[in-house]
Design a protein around this ligand. Sequence first.
Ligand code: PMP
Length: 402
Amino acid sequence: MTFSAELFRAEFGYFRQHPDWIYLDNAATMQKPAVVLEAIQQFYLTQNSNVHRSAHYLSQLATQAFEQSRRTIAQFLNAGSSHQVIFQSGATAAFNQLVFGLTGTVLNAGDRVLLTVLEHHANLVPWQLHAKSAGIELDFVPLDQQNRLDLDAYQRLLQRKPKVVSFAQVSNALGHIQPMEPMIKLAKAAGALVVVDGAQGVVWQQPDLQALDIDAYIFSGHKLYGPTGIGVLCAKTALLEQLKPLFGGGEMIQHVSLETVSFAALPYRLEAGTPNMAGAIGLAAAVNWLQQQDLDGLKLHKTQLLTELYAACMQIPQIELLSQSNLNAGILLFNLKNEHPADVAELLNQFKLAARAGSHCAMPLFQHLNCNGAVRLSLAGYTTNAEIAQVIAILKKLPEFF
Ligand code: PMP
């Protein structure tokens, strides 16, 4: 079976609505295949009812569909057990739950947490909000000359004995794939819990959580061909049991009196309120669909397109590349010398090329790189060779417009 971007793309009705556009903003959100839209519609048409609360038959239908989605995600990540999958509204919510839940339980004043300078704000601001204010010290792995994580510095920082190490599997700004396996091994040898931000990485490579010994893994549905408003915190049972719930309310309790509360078992303890049932079902549909695709072919396709794009950019003297093509999950980050990235993206917009400019929710990374932002082109399985040829032609013309 060879991967065909055209056949893959045919499953996305969005492109028939916007035939003139080249969509290279996939690191912001991805388009959804028909099966995902159908699964959401089918849920509302045939199964919609609130989960868990009612004993009636219709509620049981909804509950079964929702819990089946949880099992699908647990299998996809090889988590071990479905109660380890906590549905959240996205990666941001998952990080807030995780960090809030760890603070004062697993992490206390004087403990250290090791992050990196390239983290998305979702893997930084919750640590600042909850952990730092409780006296927990944050350290950051810097980058080397190639804008890759400096692994020597990582090893030195591990000597400070952080209790938690948390890093992105793939940088959403640079596209660089982190050496997750050796990083986890080193962190474990130093006695740390490992949290992996899979928001940008999961679409490139789903992790085997048990084989990799990851303590907590987080991602959002909308960057995995799934719907918005749904994300996952998947963690080891022992860790989840220690987390303080961030949200209190219905569904997450065992018993409540006016003075006291006792909580339900996992996963419900960390899922207060009516969950996003259609979102979870849509995400499971995306995962089931993705697993039927030629994923190696898809990866190779993205790598070939990206390599072509980088080779062309190297020939354009005005282009400054901030990321590298090797060990990259499909992102090109660049600037046009002496031009503001927002102006470049606006010009690309006029060429009907959807790109994103700015600091990509990773401001400290750009402080580290000593620039105030950059233009990002992010690829997906449905990006075609013809589109990349067009993009290259546009990029060659760009300097003339300034
Ligand atoms: N981490 C990374 C690496 C991301 O790319 C994103 C989304 N761009 C997030 C976290 C946050 O995800 P969300 O906005 O879906 O909550």
